[in-house]
Design a protein around this ligand. Structure first.
Ligand SMILES: NC(=O)C1=CN([C@@H]2O[C@H](COP(=O)(O)OP(=O)(O)OC[C@H]3O[C@@H](n4cnc5c(N)ncnc54)[C@H](O)[C@@H]3O)[C@@H](O)[C@H]2O)C=CC1
Ligand SMILES: CC(C)CC(=O)C(=O)O
Ligand SMILES: [Mg+2]
Length: 373
């Protein structure tokens, strides 16, 4: 039985609530498919600030490097909003992604048929949507220097910097093309090339990479009108690739298609082989739902665990390479929704809603029967 070492970093707000659901799913998959998941756990974000005075300890990075995968909940919340940017919970997550070299953030957006009417958009617009946002995760505006806010006698002043080197663009665009080859063979490269130099470079490099993939269609789209098309004609898209900030924004927008921000999973990967000596044929990755710590619903037991559960499916797909078990988790999500189960964010007004644990119980029943079929 192969051991899989997973570092759990539940974080803040609803993070621990949805990570617990994902852990239960992984345990069940482990029992039924012959993996032995070995979980370790540490604090990150606001919880780590409260305990250790820092949002991310060096020890946590070392634990991550000794693991096959990291599973993170979410960080941040009003309690820590007054802190300077560099010491906030979010800075810990950014540093973790950077130190682990996780430049590729995959954010699949799939509209499950039972939820086609759970969005404020028309069902005929969203039905059948199956796209993936490929977000560059370790460069761009979130990491560029200088980045500073000055309070001077003459007035306040702030700057952020958006740098990209061609290699950083090439490796993420290349990955987008590889993904497209296994899908519907279309890449939309999103930029603001009519204004930004980094985007002009992005477009140039994307076109060059595109020439290596003659079987994949490349389209360039300006981010502003792309944001509009994403809700007006979302089925136009297969793989979208873009810089860090654009990807952060467009993926939350795309969550509207899926019915709730609580629906979207993510996988953050790099191009390197696994680091843990003697580990089985696994690919290291960090998995987390796309949503944040949702302070408005934290502690109530009502968070939608699907984004976290689908992130567990991504772990099984990308780190373990077990497509069958990954698909089984996704099928269990679809069947649970088809049975009428809804968390509060998905329920229509007046419709009964299930809490996080009850929804997860129902899903585990479905998953157990799918895995034993
Ligand atoms: N990866 C991370 O750790 C992220 C952390 N954040 C942090 O989270 C905090 C809150 O940020 P917000 O802008 O409010 O974004 P958010 O994603 O936490 O919440 C936005 C809205 O979506 C709802 N929502 C989110 N996830 C849900 C779920 N699983 N089930 C049901 N409803 C859900 C929330 O209740 C809220 O109304 C901030 O401190 C922010 O910095 C935000 C985004 C990502
Ligand atoms: C550092 C995070 C808070 C940024 C974010 O919103 C995300 O990665 O989705
Ligand atoms: Mg975000």
């Amino acid at each position: 039985m192969s051991e899989v070492h997973v570092l759990l970093l539940p974080g803040d707000g609803i993070g621990p609530e949805v990570v617990a659901a994902a852990q239960r799913v992984l345990e069940l998959v482990g029992h039924r498919t012959g993996y032995r998941f070995v979980f370790s756990e540490d604090l990150v974000g606001g919880a780590a600030i409260d305990a250790y005075g820092t949002p991310l300890r060096d020890e946590t990075i070392e634990m991550a490097l000794r693991s096959d995968a990291v599973f993170l909940g979410a960080v941040g919340g009003p309690k820590w909003d007054h802190l300077p940017k560099a010491t906030r919970p979010e800075a810990g997550l950014l540093r973790l992604r950077k130190e682990l070299g996780l430049f590729a953030n995959l954010r699949p957006v799939r509209v499950f048929d039972p939820l086609a009417d759970a969005t404020p958009l028309k069902p005929e617009i969203v039905r059948g949507v199956d796209l993936i946002v490929v977000r560059e995760l370790t460069g761009g505006l979130y990491f560029g220097q200088p980045s500073e806010l000055r309070r001077e006698p003459t007035g306040r002043w702030a700057i952020d910097t958006l740098p990209y080197r061609e290699e950083e663009i090439a490796r993420i665009v290349d990955l987008a093309f590889q993904l497209a080859r296994a899908r519907r063979r279309k890449v939309t490269s999103v930029d603001k090339a009519n204004v930004l130099n980094t985007s002009a470079l992005w477009r140039e490099v994307a076109s060059e990479i595109g020439q290596r993939y003659p079987d994949v269609t490349l389209e360039h789209a300006l981010v502003d009108s792309c944001a509009m098309r994403l809700v007006a004609r979302p089925r136009d898209f297969d793989v979208l690739v873009m810089e860090n900030l654009f990807g952060d924004i467009l993926s939350d927008e795309a969550a509207v298609l899926a019915g709730s921000l609580g629906m979207l999973p993510s996988a953050s990967l790099h191009g390197q082989p696994p680091q843990r000596p003697g580990s089985p044929a696994v690919r290291f990755g960090l998995y987390e739902p796309v949503h944040g710590s949702a302070p408005d619903i934290a502690g109530k037991g009502i968070a939608n665990p699907i984004g976290a559960i689908l992130s567990a499916a991504l772990l099984v797909r990308w780190t373990l390479g077990n497509e069958r078990a990954a698909t089984a988790i996704e099928q269990a999500v679809e069947e649970t929704l088809a049975s009428g189960a809804r968390t509060a964010d998905l329920a229509r007004p007046g419709e009964p809603a299930m809490g996080t644990e009850a929804f997860t119980d129902r899903l585990l029943e479905r998953l157990a029967s799918i895995l034993s079929a």
